[in-house]
Design a protein around this ligand. Structure first.
Ligand code: 5GP
Length: 172
């Protein structure tokens, strides 16, 4: 069901090298608390953190927002952090920013917990009007509005382990 490969393993790796450098520069002299939004961001987060020189701690949270290939519009906390983020430099990892609803909700919640700083690293950002006002600090790739799979991104829990990102072709 793959229409075409959008980002190869090599392209992703090269971009992660660049992002790691940007992040190291931005956090010079600080320690990062990397927060992965489960489950999609896990591949991005681990591959990126392995490239960082900045000291880093890791935590995860899980929210539910999607069913199949369309947004439900609802965000539900499934699993919260095990770490207190107050006074920490939090870097949130998101696999793909679509409407931005997930991030907006998480940003709102996290801001109320008083981190020293709160930034976002997104592997993919869809180029759509809904997310234009959302400021992202580190973006891997800007893509079109298509539904994508692979490199952490699933369709009903399948395809996450593809080493590349592909455009999914719906059954006609
Ligand atoms: P948003 O809240 O920004 O609309 O959606 C964010 C979440 O929806 C992502 O973390 C991801 O889980 C899911 N999502 C959005 N677009 C896609 C896509 O093209 N493919 C996959 N597999 N998931 C997506």
């Amino acid at each position: 069901m793959i229409e075409r490969t959008l980002l190869s393993e090599t392209e992703i790796g090269t971009r992660l090298d660049e992002l790691a450098k940007e992040i190291d520069e931005r956090y010079a002299g600080q320690e990062i608390l990397a927060v992965g939004i489960l489950k999609g961001s896990v591949f991005f987060l681990t591959d990126l953190l392995k490239r960082l020189k900045t000291p880093v701690a890791v935590d995860f949270l899980q929210v539910r927002s999607y069913s199949g290939t369309s947004s439900t519009g609802n965000i539900q906390m499934v699993h919260d952090l095990s770490t207190d983020i107050e006074g920490r430099h939090v870097l949130l990892f998101e696999d793909v920013v679509d409407t931005g609803l997930t991030l907006r909700k998480i940003l709102e919640l996290f801001s109320s917990r008083h981190p020293a700083s709160l930034r976002i690293a997104a592997l993919l950002k869809k180029d759509i009007p809904e997310n234009r006002d959302l400021s992202l600090d580190f973006v891997g790739f800007t893509i079109g509005p298509e539904f994508v799979i692979g490199y952490g991104l699933d369709l009903d829990e399948k395809y996450r382990n593809l080493p590349y990102v592909a455009v999914w072709r719906p059954e006609k």
